[in-house]
Design a protein around this ligand. Structure first.
Ligand code: HEM
Length: 414
């Protein structure tokens, strides 16, 4: 495994149109995500990417704004019980918000996870990420035959039951809704104003309708995509929102400026929010939700001065790319000004939190919209205050999270 942190090397890896297969490590998540968009390769990946891209088109994203806003309101009201200046961990609140948001927008299902104090699904995601991460560092657990005799295997089998159970439930529910509203193809869907009580075609509807029309994915393939998007669509954003709140609590000037912008642009979060966008990017620079990602080398490959042999894997270590002194002087300092410069003044591969090139993050625009909506409504409602001596302990599991939660204090804005 070779890790790269120089933006020029990263440019070569990420812009390549041949270096598109993921490394062997990704096989560890296949019992969960199958061959979904994140893990698939070659023609299978190309076909799926083409089919799924329209679901994240700008026009469709605008329909996702309202359900995300509804979930922001629930989050704000759930946090009221904590708005007394006392220390607490905000992460569990955020992760349930993010889960509800992806379920409602992409899958068209209202789960109301936020109304419960914890979610079996979220707990199962935590378990599977922990077990798989540990397995990736264990030589002998790599052998499937030995792994089957471990406690970790039993634990992950239990978690998978919960995760796949939820996915099957979501698909069944949405299929029923389409049948009840007599939608059998795209043209029925375009005529219908009312799917599942309200509006809009969810990402899952597109997959189900494409299947009904005969050109889409099989049942198994649909389940793989729902698993992939539920995971990628909530765990990454939860981590980004939580780290951003922590960093805002550490710098009252940045927080004040972001608050003023959130007040001035209330209701217009889909448009450019220059400062908050810079705050989000600076958060993802310091705490990239996906700290590294890897590709398989199919032929000997020259990267910079190094020849990487066929069969090895090359990884983009975003966490270190983002700490390159040449592009980000004093790299540990949280300073959103770095992203207030014109894009052309920054090396195009200096910031790679969403990856880049043909296998970049398909959910990037969705993520930015969700982050802007939730952070601006939180800023308008609460002031974030630091907790003395607290520092997050980032763990590079599949998605980077803080091992000691995100301790924070909040106070209502007057
Ligand atoms: C702050 C939020 C997010 C960050 C930082 C992020 C980051 C990334 C990165 C770095 C990759 C490349 C991974 C690799 O090469 O192995 C990726 C891929 C992907 N992301 Fe995201 N992501 C975010 C949110 C989302 C959301 C909200 C969704 C879905 C709605 C999503 C869906 C995906 C999918 C399906 C892929 C695989 C794309 C492909 O291989 O064609 N992500 N993301």
């Amino acid at each position: 495994m070779v890790f790269f942190a120089d933006p020029e090397d990263v440019r070569q890896i990420l812009s390549s149109h041949t270096l598109l297969s993921k490394s062997k490590n990704y096989e560890l998540v296949e019992s969960w995500l199958g061959k979904g968009l994140l893990t698939s390769a070659n023609e299978a990946w190309r076909r799926r990417r083409k089919l799924l891209t329209p679901a994240f088109h700008f026009r469709i994203l605008s329909e996702y704004k309202e359900p995300i806003e509804e979930n922001c309101k629930i989050l704000i009201s759930r946090l009221r019980e904590k708005a007394n200046g006392e220390q607490f961990d905000i992460y569990p609140y955020i992760t349930l918000f993010a889960l509800d948001s992806i379920l409602e927008t992409a899958m068209g299902i209202k789960k109301h996870a936020q109304m419960q104090s914890e979610s079996e699904y979220v707990k199962a995601v935590e378990t599977i990420c922990r077990v798989m991460h540990k397995r990736s560092f264990s030589f002998w657990q790599r052998f499937a035959i030995l792994y089957r005799f471990t406690d970790a295997y039993k634990e992950s089998a239990e978690a998978l039951k919960v995760l796949h159970g939820e996915t099957n439930r979501v698909i069944k529910l949405r299929r029923q809704m389409l049948e009840e509203t007599n939608i059998h193809n795209m043209s029925d869907a375009e005529k219908s104003e009312d799917i599942g009580g309200k509006r809009r075609l969810a990402f899952l509807d597109m997959l189900l309708i494409a299947q009904m029309e005969g050109g889409g994915l099989t049942d198994r393939e649909i389940r793989e995509e729902v698993d992939t998007f539920l995971f990628e669509g909530h765990d990454t954003t939860s981590s980004a929102i939580a780290f951003c709140i922590y960093l805002l609590s550490q710098d009252e000037h940045v927080q004040q400026r972001a608050y003023e912008e959130a007040m001035a642009l209330q209701g217009r979060e889909k448009e450019s929010m220059r400062y908050l966008e810079a705050v989000i990017k600076e958060t993802l620079r310091l705490y990239p939700s996906v700290p590294f990602y890897s590709r398989k080398v199919q032929e000997d490959l020259q990267i910079g001065k190094l020849t990487v042999p066929k069969g090895a894997s090359v990884s983009t270590l975003a966490y270190m790319v983002h700490r390159d002194e040449k592009n980000f002087p004093n790299p540990e300092k949280f300073d959103p000004e770095r992203f207030m410069v014109a894009e052309k003044d920054l090396h195009p591969f200096a910031f790679v939190a969403f990856s880049a090139g043909p296998r970049n993050c398909i959910g990037q625009k969705f993520a930015m919209l969700e982050l802007k909506l939730v952070l601006s409504s939180l800023l308008r409602s609460y002031e974030f205050l630091p907790v003395k001596d607290f520092k997050p302990n980032p763990l590079a599991e599949l998605v980077m999270k803080s091992g000691n939660g995100i301790q924070i204090r909040i106070r209502p804005r007057s």
